[in-house]
Design a protein around this ligand. Structure first.
Ligand SMILES: Nc1ncnc2c1ncn2[C@@H]1O[C@H](COP(=O)(O)OP(=O)(O)OP(=O)(O)O)[C@@H](O)[C@H]1O
Length: 950
């Protein structure tokens, strides 16, 4: 081929480059059609008529007209990629004009070689030689490339009178042309045969040639009357299996066109004339296509579809193929005009640009084989033990952390048990003291703490303002104060431990819940901040004998100084709980905490508890803290009787009893036991989904347990606060009763000293009745009354709350009597005056009346108006109704119904959104003047704020 594109030969391995090196870039490459001109010798007929030679190949690329002068406008010299003179052998034509293009097919590039020229110019003569040489080279290349596996297929067709025929199936019907979006024009049902070897291929080619339409004309005894296309499909792939399963595939077309002819010259008549017309027409279309493709502006319409020849050769004409055109011509002067047409065609053709690229395909069979191999590899990888997946590693890490947390919780329990043992020892010690211990038993405590009050005469209770005195009472009180201090410190330590545990749990979530990363990051910052403000531990000087200890007043002063510490502790626990709430919310598929329930919900309390497994403020959660916090196996709920640490008096339940490693059922129904901690199971059939669900349950359980633990701590802190207040009361009373005779202080509690549930029940009822009377007298908030009334229903452990309430109310009653209608400013607490209390209660009733509009339906309101005897047409009937609530302290039914309605209006009854600890925590910090003074107004205010958010 041209000097700029020297052909390479595949004859040897060393010469195969580049065509023998498949796998080069598949980028499309633009390339002009390689155009050569071959001039045959004068034929016998031409010689016979002594025709003149009109053309001369002056060099390898130039052909010169040397005949008689013609029109000046007619060019005399033509230049092409190659010109071959009459003496040139076909081998050379192939080597220099076709081989390079033909061999491209071995590297996945479509290639087309076709001969164009007038009839009898030597097209068939040339193409036969070229095809033969190409086949030889192809098989030589295959022989020299053992690493690749080749498949050669052959198909052949002819276009005769615009009919496509299958040359491998001579009896077949005419073939249709179809348009394929990817492949272009395809010939439907064209037979394709695999060539077993070169010999077979040659045989098949010879069959095709035999089938071709040939006729005798004046110019050619064996004139081809059709366009013939022999198509070889060359497919190759590496023999060895590798990651690359792609094959090279390309078509190599050998096109022998019918020759253009003039009827006058061929003397064609009849069938030959008709053939000539079709031939000329299709060749004219080909010429037009080439001319249009060769023009600088290729934007115009290219009439490929005007002939079947151009449709079938479309890819080879300006498309994805390398193309070589060998234009044949006679040297005779008599054919000079036809030769000029051929040269014009060739001149246009050499300007046509093709865009060839390497065609790589993946056969379905190869793809399936490759996928099967890949699946087998992955399966083998899964079975290989030393390749644990990242999920497995994560599971192991979680397992480790859970175990670590379980160890920590055991340690925490030990600390708690130690504290309880110490407490028990102190109790026993107190029993042997000649004085009393206010925490010995409820009865004793009641004796010490109960004020006298004006109950109904029918109660027959002398609640005298006295306590049983003894010479050792101050010592015991001081001792109790120190003990409280120690308890406070212990609580601080435990709170910090809770923070640490929470911190670790958050770390776990950080690894396991990417979606909650942002929330967790905030939590961690918050926890770090909480940890930074840990209070320092202080040594507590325990009183060991009567002689040691300062004055009781000093003790009280010191105790007051510590109130701030308790407040800090409470605040810290509040923060922890809020953090847990946020962590809970960040967990996927977790229901809202119960304190965020909406007022519109009509679900029952029982149902809500089922939906809100992380809820606080009920005994269920308190029980959870005994169940191996941070362990995923503590889902089972102990009965209420198993709840421990409900009151300082004891009432404890064996920790071991609650720790039994009985199998528990997790939320998704998985049965497991403590000994069956979810461990990393190395199995090919790992159910990852189940594992993830199990971890989700474990994580939720951990948070639930930490939360329950913190709730318990808060409750204990609140109790501590109460104990301090009680101690202060005792000290003050002790001081106020100094000098009084023991006789005066005698009182008859014989009816209440007996142990047993009956005595406590009776006492509780009496005290509650007393409280209700005092509420009425002191105009206490009815929201507070409702809350207290519904929370404390006679549980013996709640005695301390009852005692404090009686104490407060008694003081308040006395306080009102003392200050009368004095300005609230005169008091420490601006809310504590009779007038201010009445005013606050009025405001509260107005608030509740408004709530009736939003919390109750019209029907419910109407029923209530009727029940509470409020005329349906009365003005301000809602306020009228609310004004009737909590007005008769002696009517138990009235009290019950009042409490129910107020609870409904403020939402107490929904989702257990109040708790004793919440109630407790809202008592104001005692002032310096009246340490036990607490106001009810802050409670109701808080409740209002809360209920307004609902
Ligand atoms: N280069 C050549 N050297 C010797 N003889 C040739 C050469 N080219 C062609 N011939 C002879 O010329 C005659 C016509 O050739 P051929 O049949 O190949 O022409 P054609 O272009 O195919 O004609 P048609 O279009 O009619 O089929 C044949 O007898 C062939 O042997």
């Amino acid at each position: 081929m041209g000097s700029s594109r020297p052909p390479s030969t595949p004859a040897s391995k060393g010469e195969r480059t580049p065509m023998s090196t498949p796998g080069g870039s598949s980028r499309a490459k633009e390339e002009k059609i390689f155009v050569t001109v071959r001039v045959r010798p004068l034929s016998r007929k031409e010689l016979a008529v002594k025709d003149e030679v009109a053309w001369e190949c002056t060099d390898s690329q130039t052909i010169l007209y040397k005949g008689p002068p013609q029109d000046r406008a007619t060019p005399t010299s033509y230049t092409f990629d190659k010109v071959f003179g009459p003496a040139c052998q076909t081998d050379v034509v192939y080597e220099e004009g076709a081989k390079d293009v033909a061999m491209s097919a071995l590297t996945g590039i479509n290639a087309t070689i076709f001969a164009y020229g007038q009839t009898s110019s030597g097209k068939t003569f040339t193409m036969r030689g070229v095809t033969e040489s190409a086949v030889n080279d192809i098989y030589r290349h295959i022989d020299n490339t053992p690493e690749r596996e080749f498949v050669i297929k052959i198909s052949a067709m002819e276009i005769y009178n615009e009919i496509v025929k299958d040359l491998l199936r001579p009896d077949s019907a005419p073939l249709r042309l179809l348009d394929d979006p990817e492949k272009g024009t395809i010939v439907e049902k064209l037979q394709e045969e695999i060539a077993k070897d070169s010999q077979h291929l040659r045989h098949l080619i010879s069959i095709c040639e035999e089938q071709r339409q040939v006729g005798e004309t004046a110019l050619n005894d064996t004139s081809s009357r059709s366009h013939q296309i022999i198509r070889l499909t060359l497919e190759s792939r590496l023999r060895e299996v590798s990651g690359c399963v792609k094959s090279f595939v390309a078509n190599l077309n050998f096109v022998d066109l019918a020759g253009s002819e003039r009827a006058a010259q061929t003397h064609a008549i009849g069938a030959r004339l008709k053939e000539g017309c079709h031939i000329n027409r299709s060749l004219l279309t080909l010429t037009t296509v080439i001319r249009k493709l060769s023009s600088e502006k290729r934007s115009g319409h290219i009439p490929y579809r005007d002939s079947k020849l151009t449709r079938i050769l479309q890819l080879s004409l300006g498309g994805n193929a390398r193309t070589a055109i060998i234009c044949t011509m006679s040297p005779a002067l008599t054919h000079v005009e036809q030769s000029r047409n051929t040269l014009f065609f060739a001149t246009c053709a050499k300007e046509v640009t093709n865009t060839a690229k390497v065609n790589m395909v993946v056969s379905d069979k190869q793809l399936v084989k490759h996928l099967q191999t890949e699946v087998a590899r992955l399966e083998a990888e899964l079975r290989t033990p030393d390749r644990a997946s990242s999920s497995d590693v994560l599971i192991m890490e979680k397992d480790r952390k859970i175990k670590q947390m379980e160890i920590e919780i055991v340690e925490l329990r030990k600390q708690r048990d130690n504290a309880q043992s110490e407490l028990e020892e102190l109790r026993k010690k107190g029993d042997h003291q000649p004085g009393w211990n206010p925490f010995d038993s409820p009865q004793k405590a009641r004796k010490c703490l109960t004020f006298s009050g004006s109950l109904e005469p029918s109660n027959k209770i002398k609640m005298r303002s006295s306590i049983r005195q003894s010479s050792t009472a101050p010592f015991v009180l001081k001792h109790e104060i120190r003990k409280l201090e120690q308890l406070q410190q212990q609580l601080e330590v435990e709170a910090n431990r809770a923070i640490e545990v929470l911190h670790k749990e958050v770390q776990c979530h950080k690894h396991g819940n990417q979606d909650a990363a942002e929330t967790i990051a905030k939590l961690q910052a918050e926890i770090r901040e909480m940890q930074a403000v840990r209070s320092e531990n202080r040594d507590v000087e325990m009183i060991t004998d009567e002689g040691n200890g300062s004055d009781l007043k000093d003790e009280i002063s010191r105790l007051h100084m510590q109130d701030n510490d308790i407040a800090k502790l409470e605040a810290k626990l509040e923060n922890v709980q809020r953090s847990i709430d946020r962590l809970v919310m960040s967990l996927p598929n977790v229901a809202m905490p119960c304190n965020e329930t909406t007022p519109k919900s009509n679900r029952s309390k029982k149902k809500k508890r089922m939906l809100l497994p992380l809820g606080v403020s009920n005994n269920i959660n308190r029980a959870n803290l005994l169940r191996a916090p941070c362990s995923p196996h503590s889902s089972s709920r102990p009965s209420e009787s198993e709840v421990e640490n409900r009151a300082p008096e004891g009432d404890t339940v064996s920790v071991e009893g609650s720790e039994k490693a009985t199998p528990t059922k997790s939320e998704d129904g998985d049965i497991s036991s403590r000994d069956e901690t979810p461990r990393y199971r190395r199995s090919s059939s790992v159910n990852m989904k189940k594992m993830q669900r199990m971890f989700q349950n474990a994580a939720e359980e951990n948070v639930r347990n930490i939360r329950a633990y913190v709730t318990e701590l808060k409750e204990r802190v609140a109790k501590l606060q109460y104990q301090k207040q009680l101690l202060v009361c005792q000290v003050l009373e002790l001081e106020s009763n100094e000098g009084k005779s023991n006789d005066d202080l005698e009182e008859d509690y014989s009816g209440h000293l007996q142990d047993g549930p009956d005595s406590w029940d009776r006492l509780f009822k009496e005290q509650m009745q007393h409280i209700i009377q005092l509420w009425d007298l002191c105009h206490v908030s009815i929201i507070h009354r409702t809350q207290f009334y519904l929370l404390f229903r006679g549980d013996r452990a709640d005695q301390i709350y009852i005692e404090v309430e009686v104490r407060r109310l008694t003081w308040l009653q006395q306080h009102f009597a003392d200050v009368g209608d004095a300005s609230p400013a005169a008091c420490d607490d601006p809310a504590v005056s009779l007038i201010s209390s009445i005013k606050a209660l009025r405001n509260e009733r107005e608030f509740l009346a408004r709530r009736m509009g939003s919390r109750l339906t019209d029907e419910e309101r109407e029923r209530l108006f009727i029940k509470w005897q409020v005329p349906l047409d009365a003005k301000q009937r809602k306020l009228q109704l609310v004004n009737k609530l909590w007005t008769d302290p002696n009517d138990q039914v009235h009290i019950e119904e009042s409490a129910d309605l107020v609870a409904r209006l403020v939402g107490f009854c929904e989702g257990g959104n109040i708790s004793k600890e919440m109630f407790e925590l809202n008592f104001a910090v005692p002032t310096s003047r009246k340490p036990w003074l607490v106001g009810w107004q802050p409670i109701s205010n808080m409740i209002r704020e809360k209920t307004q958010l609902w």
